[in-house]
Design a binder for this molecule. Sequence first.
Ligand SMILES: [Zn+2]
Ligand SMILES: [Zn+2]
Length: 445
Amino acid sequence: MLSFFPTPYPDEILYSVFARYHARSGNIKPDETLQELFNSRNTIVRPDLPYNLTYLIKNLPLLSQHTVESLIQKHTLYPMYAVFMPDSKSAILGYMKGELGTYIYRGIASSVYLPKYFRFCPKCLFENLHTFGEAYWHRLHQTPGVLVCTIHDVVLNDSIVPIWNNKWYQVGIASLENCPISNVTKNYSESTKEWLRLIASDIEWLMTCDFKSLPSKELDWFHIQYIVLLIKRNLATLDRQVYEQGLRQKFLSFYGSEFLEALGINVSNNNINLFKIFRLHLEVFDPVMHLLMIRFLRNSPSTFFARKSKYKPFGKGPWLCLNPACEHYLHSVVTKLVMLLSNDLNSTYSYIKNPIGTFECDCGFQYSKIGVNLTKVDKFRFERIVTFGQLWEQKYLELNVVDRRNFQQAAYNLSFNYSKSPMTMLRKLEALWKSLNDSVGKDSG
Ligand SMILES: [Zn+2]
Ligand SMILES: [Zn+2]
C-alpha cells in the first residue's frame, strides 16, 4: 500500500499527478515508482488514456476517496473519446482499468491527435503557483480542439515539453522553466477567437458532463442524425449520398479557414477523408470533427444529444393509394406506414441501407416498397402488393375458378418487379383491375 498519494488538483491530468508522486516519493529510479503505483515496471505512463488503474486504486492509502471511475472521468481524456465511440466504450474502459494498456489504441483512437507539446494558460499557471505553490498540466488544455483557456479567455501557449515523452517523471510537472511565456501570442481574428471559445466550451461540456447519462449510441446513431440534418439542408440525398462539394463550401464559409487551420483541419478538395464521419460502419472517428459537425448542423452538443432525428427514406406522408379500385387512386391519402427490417434481422445497418416500408390505404390495399424515393416517379413505385383489400377482393370472389387462378398469377407477377419502371407497373395494375372488372361483368351479364 502506498504511504501517500498526491491529491489531484482541479482538472489536473493524471500524468501530472504521477510525476508529482515520483518527485515526492524520493525514488531515484522511475522503475521503482512504476512498481509502487502499478505493480509493473513496464507500465507506460500515457498522457491521455493511462491504464493499470485498478491496481493503483487498490493500492491507495486507506482513507482515499478515489475510485477508478472518478479518476478516469475527472483526470483523463477518456470522456472526450467515450462520447463518440459507443461500441468500444466499455472495452477501452476495461483496458484503462486493467493491464492491457497497449490495446487502447487499436482502431479506436487513431485519429485523435494530441498536441505536440503540453499546453498551458499563463494566467492559470500563475494562479496555480499562487494558490497551490506549484503548477500542473491541465487536462482540458491538452485536449484536442482546445486552443484557449475557458476560464481566462486567452490563447494557450506551448510548453517545451513534448507530450509523448518517456521521461514522464521529469517533465510531468509544469514549472516556470518548462512553460516559457511567449511574447508573441497568436493573433487570431475576432470571429476565429469566438469559434475557439465556443468549441473549447463545447469540449469542456463533454469532458465534464456525466457521459453515463448520455444514451448509449451505436455508430449508426450518429450516421442517422447527421444524414437527416444534411438532408434537411439539401446537402444529402434521401439515399444518403452527401454532396461533399457543397458541404465543403458551406462548412468553410461557416467557420472560416483561419479557425479550421488553427485546429489543423484541411478542407481542401484533395482531403478526401474530411467527411468520412458520415460513412456507415464508421470505426475511425475524430471527436473534434464530430463537434464541428454538430455545431454546423445543430447548434449545441446538448441539443444534438437530447433530440432524436428520424430517418424518413420515403419522405413525409401522406403517400399515394395505388389501388385502381379505390376512389382515392393516385391521391396522397395513405397515412399508415410500417417500416420493416430487411433480410438480416436485428441489423440497423440493413435498415438504413435498404429500408422496406409497407403502406396501407383505408380501402384495405397494401403495397410495399424497398429503398428510398429518389425520382419524381418513384412515388408510384411498389415492389409487392401485400393485400388487395376488400374492394378488390369483392370483385375477385365473383370470378369463376379458372379466372381466379389467372388473376392470382397476374398479381404474383406484379410482385418484385423492381427492375420495371414505376409507370409500367402501375399500368399493369390498372389493366389487371380493368380485366377483373370486365370478366366479372361478362360473367354476370
Ligand atoms: Zn487560464
Ligand atoms: Zn385506397
